[in-house]
Design a protein around this ligand. Structure first.
Ligand SMILES: [Zn+2]
Length: 288
């Protein structure tokens, strides 16, 4: 499932391509991802809009559109989310519309496609998902003190607690495991019992994990050209593409149960917390 780094990588890829383009002939083929909008009214709202800016908040892409002059100079904000299997890409106008397309529109000479096999993604003018989001991991507000104050009364395990997007945005199952490893914290530790020293290690560990993941490219294939042939094994930085380390080899603990810890050779453990797998090193990550 895409986490913050994947969405940031996608943003950096799409932003220079989409900004300034004008939407034509929007066509909505699946109703579920656009709810509570309805296909006909969303399509007519999108028609003729100029894509002013593309940005990111948490795991959401935000399309800020300017409505065409004949409809008055207004604005429209659309929230995009990849869900589990969403792909957003541009393709030439003469390439057939792929299977599982949720919606497509022409964007000044090319076609933008949102494809989603499982249809858990979003493309909607309903912005309610942005409410109650915590700070971005790189915000000045995300400090060890802030984290400790927020976790203080929680008896929940720290791993489970950090998946709550109202604390800090963008952590999912992969990077929460990696950040806890880096800060030497046992994922089963009660969130409220974290010490100031642990919080002081955890905040930069979260920031560094996410930052490195953005730099290395996505951990999942994002199908930038719609075929999946150029995927997360490449950098998508401003200085062009270079081959990067394949995602599984970057991880210290995630999905490495039974393998030796890269730091101490202990066997990486897998446990289940809140119905999801947690991976950790029993030697490097202690309760205190
Ligand atoms: Zn270890």
């Amino acid at each position: 499932m895409p986490e913050l780094p994947e969405v940031e990588v996608l943003l950096r890829h799409l932003k220079p391509q989409l900004e300034g383009r004008v939407i034509g002939s929007p066509c909505i083929l699946q109703a579920r991802p656009i709810r509570p909008d309805v296909p006909r009214s969303l399509a007519s709202a999108l028609q003729g809009c100029r894509i002013n800016t593309l940005s990111r908040r948490s795991k959401f892409l935000i399309f800020d559109l300017a409505t065409p002059p004949e409809r008055g100079r207004g604005s429209l904000r659309i929230l995009g989310h990849l869900g589990m299997t969403g792909r957003m890409f541009l393709q030439p106008l003469d390439v057939p519309i792929p299977k599982h397309t949720v919606l497509h529109f022409s964007a000044t000479g090319e076609r933008f496609v949102f494809q989603d096999v499982r249809r858990f993604g979003r493309f909607t003018s309903d912005l309610s998902s942005l409410q109650d989001l915590g700070p971005e991991p790189w915000d000045a507000a995300f400090t060890p003190r802030y984290l400790r104050d927020l976790l203080q009364k929680s008896k929940q395990a720290i791993k489970v607690r950090l998946l709550d997007q109202s604390i800090v945005c963008g952590l999912g199952n992969i990077y929460v495991a990696e950040a806890l490893f880096r800060s030497g914290i046992d994922p089963r530790t009660a969130a409220g019992s974290l010490t100031q020293a642990q919080c002081e290690r955890l905040v930069p560990a979260i920031q560094n994990c996410l930052q490195e993941a953005v730099k290395l490219g996505a951990s999942l294939a994002l199908g930038f050209d719609g075929t999946g042939s150029r995927d997360g094994l490449f950098y998508y930085g401003s200085d062009g593409e270079e081959e990067a380390t394949p995602a599984p080899e970057r991880f210290q603990v995630y999905d490495r149960a039974g393998s030796p810890c890269r730091q101490c050779n202990s066997v990486i453990q897998r446990i289940v917390q809140a119905a999801r797998s947690t991976f950790y090193c029993p030697h490097c990550q202690r309760r205190r």
